[in-house]
Design a binder for this molecule. Structure first.
Ligand SMILES: Cc1cc2nc3c(=O)[nH]c(=O)nc-3n(C[C@H](O)[C@H](O)[C@H](O)COP(=O)(O)OP(=O)(O)OC[C@H]3O[C@@H](n4cnc5c(N)ncnc54)[C@H](O)[C@@H]3O)c2cc1C
Length: 447
């Protein structure tokens, strides 16, 4: 499918390439086809609806700035040449937000990855710093990130622009709820200046795919390091695991993560002695002080503790089986079968069978959320119409739905449109994602 977006003429691409070679050296920019193809897909391979539409765009050039300042220089050069710029971190965003719909330049931030400074309660890093590197740097100073996504190898800029939450969300909500202290952003006005923004002004650049400005450097919140344990429990079925999840998600101190899946999803995960066949599973990152209380809750709900493990690798391993990951494993186990939608609401715990029954072959993955349970509902894919009809049926059950099969900015849309009018007058920042007419389900509907 070709979208009706204007790409830059070959002369402009050639002139930009020459300028970028001057700026970054020959290894800092490429027009080689394989690199351009790799930079033109993202985690939206999880969506059969988006996959059916591929290729949606192909980068003409890929640039690899190695510092925040070089990110500013590259964006400025592209804008001066009239070339669209699509920023990229690790490319795991799963709505196609990272696909260069108008071609042009993909600005890969993964080499601009310095952790700049760790302070008391905050950490500053360049956009391409992996979240795991931030967590490690924080731990060296006796601190931990407020939150990181289950794709823990993904980048700070990508998480702030394309993600929303993960490990730590139970306590702190999503990444637009105070996680960001300050940003240094580049506008699409032809200037390489890094604009330093804080507080409400910084929020204007969160979760809108770089359409209002490209994040070159960010400062996000830390908290004192806690002593975590990985608690693995099994239950006869998903409803009993969910009864426990609801109580465990309110322990004091709060857990960092509580995830639950039924036996069908567990069968698709990498085998682990803590996942007995035919049983539902609950994984939890618990403060050491609450492990005894967690055991009481688990046993009270008819479950049993399979293992309690310790160490940073365990925390990471449990994180990497949360949020979209069980769905991804399910898809690997039966290629071409499953799609999913992001869901939230008390109904996930109160009426899991009704929620799952909305889609044929429905399977529910649930996380303890900040205000309500959140999760992923997978089903056997038939058509875009089937997915949409299911969203309406879920809403009727009181379930909030976010649609992960479309790439339009769907969070604070009007605020972003107003900001981008000022910061991106030529509409060159990630074109095709900021549609003022977008009227589908919003990210707000699953908070
Ligand atoms: C299996 C799986 C599990 C996932 N689990 C989670 C989860 O737990 N929580 C969650 O929030 N998300 C999750 N995601 C989505 C995604 O992995 C995360 O949001 C991730 O943090 C995105 O980071 P990235 O570096 O891969 O960003 P990318 O995919 O490279 O980019 C994401 C978006 O941000 C834009 N962007 C990238 N860098 C910048 C920048 N410097 N400035 C401005 N815009 C920029 C891109 O153009 C794109 O629109 C999951 C995805 C998959 C496939």
């Amino acid at each position: 499918m070709t979208l009706d977006l204007t790409s830059a003429p070959p002369t402009a691409i050639a002139a930009l390439e020459a300028e970028l070679v001057e700026l970054l050296g020959p290894r800092g920019v490429t027009s080689e086809l394989r690199a351009r193809e790799r930079a033109s897909v993202d985690g939206s391979l999880m969506s059969p609806i988006i996959v059916e539409q591929l290729p949606l765009g192909l980068a003409d050039l890929v640039a690899f700035p190695a510092t925040a300042e070089q990110i500013g220089d590259v964006v400025a050069a592209a804008v001066r040449h009239g070339v669209p710029v699509t920023p990229r971190g690790k490319g795991t965003g799963n709505y196609g937000q990272g696909i260069p719909l108008a071609g042009g330049l993909v600005l890969d931030t993964s080499r601009a990855r310095a952790v700049v400074e760790v302070g008391d309660g905050w950490i500053t890093a360049e956009a391409g710093a992996p979240m795991v590197a931030l967590e490690r740097a924080a731990a060296e100073q006796g601190q931990q990130l407020w939150m990181y996504p289950s794709t823990a190898q993904s980048c700070l800029g990508g998480f702030l622009s394309g993600g929303s939450g993960g490990t730590g969300t139970i306590a702190h909500g999503s990444n637009d709820m105070g996680f960001v202290v300050a940003l240094d952003v580049v506008h699409g006005d032809g200037s390489p200046e890094l604009h330093h923004v804080e507080g409400a002004e910084a929020q204007r650049y969160v979760h809108n795919y770089g359409t209002a400005g490209i994040i070159a450097r960010a400062t996000v919140r830390l908290e004192p390091l806690q002593d975590w344990r990985g608690v693995f429990a099994s239950f006869p079925d998903l409803p009993s695991a969910l009864r426990a999840l609801r109580i465990l998600g309110r322990l004091d101190p709060l857990p960092r993560l509580v995830s639950a899946d039924g036996p069908e999803v567990i069968a698709a995960l990498p085998p682990d002695p803590a996942f007995p066949a035919g049983r539902a599973s609950l994984r939890m990152i618990a403060d050491v002080a609450t492990v005894g209380a967690a055991r009481v809750v688990i046993e009270g709900a008819g479950g049993q503790v399979e293992d309690v493990r310790e160490g940073p690798q365990v925390v990471l391993a449990i994180s990497m089986l949360s949020y979209n990951h069980p769905v991804e494993w399910l898809q690997k186990s039966a290629p071409g079968t499953y799609f999913h939608v992001e869901v939230a609401g008390e109904a996930l715990v109160d009426r899991p069978a009704d929620v799952a029954a909305v889609y044929e072959g429905g399977l529910l993955h649930v996380e303890a959320g900040h205000s309500v349970p959140i999760g992923m509902l997978a089903g056997v894919y038939q058509s875009p119409e089937q997915v949409r009809a299911g969203i309406a049926a879920l809403n009727a059950l009181g379930v909030g739905v976010h649609d992960p099969h479309q790439w339009n900015v769907d969070f604070e849309l009007q605020r972003t449109v107003e900001t981008a009018r000022r910061t991106d007058p030529g509409g060159l920042l990630n074109p095709g994602k900021l549609n003022p007419e977008y009227a589908g389900p919003t990210k707000g509907s699953i908070r």
